[in-house]
Ligand binder design. Structure first.
Ligand code: ZN
Length: 291
C-alpha cells in the first residue's frame, strides 16, 4: 500500500468528501515530519517538492529518500513534483520515482497547454504515474514562476471539461482566486461558485478527476472547509511550512545561542513542523482515512 500515485487516493477523497494535504518540503527533515505525522494520524498524504529544490538536491536523491521512508509506512504516500513547466523535467521526475507529476503549462495558450500536458500524461500513464494539469493561473510566487494578480485568470468551467478530455489528466488544478505566498488581505476573494460549477461538470456523476486547491496558507479554517466541501481533494500547503521551519530554527537558535548540537535544532524543528502538518490533516478531514 505505502507508495502510490495520487489518483486512487484522491478519487477516494473526492467520493468521501475530504482532502489530502500535499505538503511542500525542501529537505529530509521535513519529509520525515510529513511521514511520521501521517502515520500518527493514520492519514494518506502527498509529499511535494518544487522544481528548484528538487534540482538542487537531485530528483533521484529526493525520490530515493522518499521511497525508503514511504515503503516502511503503513499509510499511502505519494511524491509529487509541483508546478513543473518543463516537459523534459516532468519526464525525468517520472523516471526516477516521483509518483505524481504536475505539468504547469498554464501560462501558454490553451492549445499549447493541452499539447504539453497531453505529452506528459501519455508518458506518465505508461509508467503508472498520475498527472496534474493547471488551467487558469494562480497568482503569487511559486518557485521561479511569478504571476501578478492582474495577470492571474480564473479557470473557465467549459474549457476545464475540454482540457480534461483532451489531455487525459488525472487531477485538475483550476484557478479560482487562491494565491501562492502570503495573502495580502485577510479575506482574499475566492470564486466558490466557479469551483462548484467545475466540480459539478467534471465530477458530478461520480468522481473521475479530483480537483486541486493551490495556495492553502493563510486561508481561514472556514474557507478551507468550504473548498473541501465543494470538491477540493488535494490541498497544497507550502508557505506555512517554510515559515514554520525557519521561525522554529531562529527561535531555537536565539534561545540556545551557546549550544552547538545540530541534533537538538532538528528535534525542535521536527516537532514544530509536525504540529502544522497534524493541524492540516485534521482540518482537511484526512485523519483516520488511511484504511
Ligand atoms: Zn501551486
Amino acid at each position: 500500500m505505502p507508495i502510490v500515485n495520487a489518483k486512487e487516493m484522491l478519487l477516494k477523497a473526492t467520493a468521501e468528501n475530504y482532502a489530502v494535504g500535499a505538503f511542500n518540503v525542501t529537505n529530509f527533515l521535513q519529509m520525515k515530519a510529513v511521514v511520521e505525522t501521517a502515520i500518527e494520524k493514520r492519514s494518506p498524504v502527498i509529499i511535494q517538492s518544487s522544481v528548484t529544490p528538487s534540482k538542487f538536491r537531485g530528483p533521484d536523491v529526493f525520490a530515493a529518500i522518499f521511497r525508503t521512508m514511504a515503503s516502511a509506512a503503513p499509510v499511502p504516500i505519494c511524491l509529487h513534483i509541483d508546478h513543473c513547466n518543463e516537459v523534459d523535467y516532468c519526464k525525468r521526475c517520472a523516471d526516477v520515482g516521483y509518483t505524481n507529476i504536475m505539468i504547469d503549462a498554464s501560462h501558454h495558450e490553451f492549445e499549447e497547454n493541452i499539447r504539453q500536458t497531453r505529452e506528459v500524461a501519455d508518458y506518465c500513464h505508461a509508467r503508472n504515474i498520475s498527472v496534474e494539469g493547471e488551467l487558469g493561473t494562480v497568482s503569487g510566487v511559486e518557485d521561479q514562476v511569478v504571476v501578478a494578480e492582474d495577470e492571474a485568470q480564473l479557470c473557465d468551467p467549459d474549457l476545464a471539461v475540454e482540457f480534461v478530455d483532451k489531455t487525459g489528466i488525472d487531477l485538475l488544478a483550476p484557478a479560482i482566486g487562491t494565491a501562492h505566498g502570503v495573502y495580502k488581505t485577510k479575506n482574499p476573494v475566492l470564486d466558490f461558485e466557479r469551483l462548484a460549477t467545475i466540480s459539478a461538470k467534471i465530477n458530478g456523476s461520480g468522481p473521475t478527476t479530483p480537483l486541486v486547491i493551490h495556495g492553502g496558507t493563510g486561508l481561514t479554517d472556514e474557507t478551507v472547509k468550504k473548498l473541501v466541501a465543494l470538491g477540493g481533494a488535494k490541498f497544497n500547503v507550502s508557505t506555512e511550512l517554510k515559515h514554520r521551519l525557519l521561525d522554529s530554527t531562529y527561535d531555537y537558535l536565539a534561545a540556545n545561542r551557546d549550544q552547538y548540537n545540530p541534533g537538538k535544532v532538528d528535534k525542535a524543528v521536527l516537532e514544530a513542523i509536525s504540529g502544522v502538518i497534524g493541524k492540516w490533516m485534521e482540518l482537511l478531514g484526512s485523519s483516520g482515512k488511511a484504511q
